[in-house]
Design a protein around this ligand. Sequence first.
Ligand code: SF4
Ligand code: FE
Length: 483
Amino acid sequence: MPLMTGEQYIESIRKLNMQVYMFGKKIDNPVDDPILRPALNSVRMTYDLAQKPEYQDLMTAVSPLTGKRVNRFTHIHQSTEDLVKKVKMQRLLGQKTAACFQRCVGMDAFNAVFSTTYEVDQKYGTGYHENFRKFAAYVQENDLTVDGAMTDPKGDRSKAPHAQDDPDLFLRVVERRPDGVVVCGAKAHQTGIINSHEVIVMPTQSMGPDDRDYAVSFAVPADTPGIYMIVGRQSCDTRKLEGSELDVGNSEFGGVEALTVFDHVFVPNERIFLNGEAEFAGMLVERFAGYHRQSYGGCKVGVGDVLIGAAALAADYNGAAKASHIKDKLIEMTHLNETLYCCGIACSAEGHPTESGNYIIDLLLANVCKQNVTRFPYEIVRLAEDIAGGLVVTAPSEADFRDPKLGPVIDKYLRGVASVSTENRLRVLRLIENLALGTAAVGYRTESMHGAGSPQAQRIMIARQGNLEHKKELAKAIAHIKE
Ligand code: SF4
Ligand code: FE
């Protein structure tokens, strides 16, 4: 069964026995929970689109591991063309969900772990790459969704993992057994973990020899005993409990993050991909972050497309579409959004093979991509709010709009152009609110800042990859400087 339908995916998640907590309660049925379901629907879209012939080329690929057609979210990139298609697929999914569809972290972890394990084995004669290949083939055969877990809570940022007052602030091995290891710790803001079958854990930063126990990577099922998840609140999340589709803005799709705790979780030997080879932690982090920074040149652009469309609709409904400053703002939004896409495509087209044979993006360009993502969506949101007008945050509720006495009053006074219903005007404003300030702001605006690493993390990589010495040589040659 290399490709699941969306419905089969939902039912497969229902069968898992995940420990999910929210609002102080254990959620026995996350699949049907009204706050959580929209996030599951977003992941479902990665399965539904893969079933459609018109998207087969983007959504699927033939796996070199199994020889079968698999979902691209489980694929090991074989070419720069694969890298480009990945970005295009993410833009498509952003357009279809206007939310974070969560499955990319697993894809990015897949490709980072694939190449890093190969190089660890070359140096140490370990068997991590073979472990990973078997795991990857299992995921592909069963079309699973995998969470990629990197971010540790990190405690006091001035201290190394082993020097923290509380040793659990970075996930670590607490026991080594003949058949595997036992780990303790947590991973913060885990995108899509509650909608994932498996989780790949990776270290969060470069590590030295004293941090050996923290240099660990592995995969386990998301419902392994000892793992539990505390769902993060999103702005306006409880609106989903009110029964108003209109007030939610995007009622069908969403994203989800959770603080995920590993309380003495056993990992069998065959699922271990790194175990104490501390100098490879940095390579794994750099590669995963690079792939995920490329990802943002796709997903955020797709969501940006929806936001630009919503702003243009709001202008139409206000009767302002012909004003030259409105046209110019829409051009600026498009320019910014497409610049991000350029970065996503460029770092893919400039990719190259790793020693293991899979393809990696150009790391400098991927970091430039993400650095731009920490800025441009904010400006796109600012312009969308500018075009939409203050009603984005002052419109009455749907309950008032449906009220026999208040409804006609709202209908009369909040109408824009006569040919468009007040309801449609409110719908598009609520969508803008959702993307700018509501539940989707997690996945669009603030995630643009911190997802795949905060801005400073990219600046460190840009400094490292920018090759200033080479640029100095260029300047010396032109200026005929001989030292
Ligand atoms: Fe995918 Fe974007 Fe969500 Fe990351 S933020 S998981 S790249 S949709
Ligand atoms: Fe993300």
